[in-house]
Design a protein around this ligand. Structure first.
Ligand code: ARG
Length: 265
């Protein structure tokens, strides 16, 4: 009897499975994101740490993700014929997510570095950046990077700013998941300085945070690129081709001017 029941169950399952295979497509695609390598009309899953204004952040009024990177990836995806699936995640989780193919690409003001190039590919650069030191406006003790020895410094985990802070002798570094948190820590006076991307810290000061100022020279010459898993070479080619088209047809310049008020460098 037991065997009979089992046989019946197996049969019922087989019938059910066969029924499903008919007209209804399976609900969830078993394929990994972008497994099709991005043919026209296919999905492109893009990760980003959306706490980095004016590149990727949440519009307080609408709750939507906005910024230079957000508009750029929307235009690039459209140009390359992808349906964009934009996902917010922690910055230090982006490269691991690329390495495990949980996402097809990451746009998050990611500096193209030799170290990162070991594990992911980058598109052609789309923005020239660099690091800067931010301190409280009333601080007249720290005037440049050289004055940071032994100081309390806040950084965002996994960033080039964090790497720069790690070079300072005896610095007491506090790591945050978000850049916003690091900058708030500075406003609160819990740390002496923040090392972060110049355009982002400059934007923060301009947003009415006049209790914070930027000091010294820009510390590094960096370029942002869109990161892509090593094995998704077709995605990389498609994104590069789209980026090139947007640079040629003026769409890139339009987005750049909208966010930075000047022509692309
Ligand atoms: N450009 C820096 C880096 O690549 C910081 C990027 C942080 N981006 C972000 N969306 N939080 O390390």
């Amino acid at each position: 009897l037991k065997f009979g029941l089992l046989a019946l169950l197996v049969l019922a399952l087989a019938v059910a499975a066969a029924g499903c295979g008919g007209s209804e497509p399976p609900k969830e695609e078993a394929k990994e994101p972008g497994g099709d390598q991005g043919q026209t009309g296919k999905k492109l899953v893009v990760g980003s740490d959306t706490t980095f204004a004016p590149f990727e952040f949440t519009d307080a009024a609408t709750g939507k993700y906005i910024g230079f990177d957000v508009e750029l990836i929307e235009a690039v995806a459209k140009e390359a014929g992808y349906e964009l699936d934009f996902r917010s995640m922690a910055f230090d989780g982006l490269i691991p997510a690329l390495q495990t193919s949980q996402i097809d690409a990451a746009i998050s003001s990611i500096t193209i570095t030799d170290e990162r190039k070991q594990v992911v590919n980058f598109t052609d650069p789309y923005y020239k950046s660099g690091l800067i030191v931010a301190v409280q406006a009333k601080n007249d003790d720290i005037k440049s990077f050289d004055d940071l020895k032994g100081k309390k410094i806040a950084v965002q985990s996994g960033t080039t700013g964090a790497k720069m802070a790690e070079k300072i002798p005896e610095a007491k570094i506090t790591y945050f998941t978000n850049t916003d948190q690091a900058l708030m820590e500075l406003k609160n006076g819990a740390v002496d300085a923040v090392i972060n991307d110049y355009p982002v810290s400059a934007y923060f000061v301009k947003q009415g945070n006049d209790d914070v100022k930027l000091v010294g020279d820009i510390l590094s010459a960096e370029e942002y690129g869109i990161a892509v898993p090593k094995d998704k070479t077709e995605v990389l080619e498609n994104l590069n081709a789209a980026l090139k088209t947007l640079k040629e047809n003026g769409e890139y310049a339009t987005i750049y001017k909208k966010w930075f008020g000047e022509e692309p460098k």
